[in-house]
Ligand binder design. Sequence first.
Ligand code: DGT
Ligand code: MG
Ligand code: MG
Ligand code: MG
Ligand code: MG
Length: 269
Amino acid sequence: MAKSKFEYVRQFETDDTCLRNCYIVVRLDGRNFHKFSEKHNFAKPNDNRALGLMTRSAQSVMEELEDVVIAYGQSDEFSFVFKRTSTWFKRRASKLMTHVASQFSSSYVFYWKEYFAEQPLLYPPGFDGRVVLYPSNRNLRDYLSWRQADCHVNNLYNTSFWTLIQKGGLTTIQAEERLKGTLAADKNEILFSDFDINYNNEPTLLRKGTTLIWEKRDEAVTKMVKLPNEEAQKEVTVTRSRKRVCPHHCDIIGDQFWEEHPDILERDD
Ligand code: DGT
Ligand code: MG
Ligand code: MG
Ligand code: MG
Ligand code: MG
């Protein structure tokens, strides 16, 4: 087909191919969720409906898009890791990032009612996205460790802050004052001595965030089969092994998780 005289404009498109051999991480973060969480009456400091909806949306991303081997989420963010050998969309950063962001955003709205029931969605939420490349397993693990450490630091602070207000009767300014300059051990101590809360017994969902990985699970399915020497069909139950996206709320900083799931990472050499 003859090219139109307009065709040259394609040359203005820049190449954004992600470097080979690198893990491609797409991190999404809710746009102005400070306001969004207030307007939609999110429970403080953690709203299980909101966290559940984030996880459901991330699951949809993994099921609908190719090559995401692990995802990690906390608060209003989720990181998706594409396997380092992925050739999906020719590794074009803008394609990968926008597919993740749009699939996630539409899922967030689509599944809203399943999680928020009587709380109406008041306006369309948005998520920003960025792409970061990590060339080694160590770098990728350090990235995920960084996000999980962030989850821990924020959650310990928020739990202490809101406990001082909700159970201790402090104002937000007083609570801020009380926590100024405190270390993790001090916050643990405040929770324990003043409120009888052992932070380590708080739900792992809140302390560790949510990790999604693919796992083989045996599932029982019923089938109608016709046996050779019988007239009628018969219902039999067979076990099928199916890959499913499964949530974990465990530590991913140490080695144990990675030793238990050796298929997530590809070898460095
Ligand atoms: P951004 O990301 O720069 O557009 O602005 P924000 O406001 O989204 O800031 P960010 O992402 O640093 O912080 C997340 C906000 O979302 C933070 O204000 C707390 C809020 N948020 C996230 N999860 C929950 C929750 O479960 N409960 C409540 N009450 N707030 C939450
Ligand atoms: Mg932000
Ligand atoms: Mg945000
Ligand atoms: Mg955030
Ligand atoms: Mg198209």
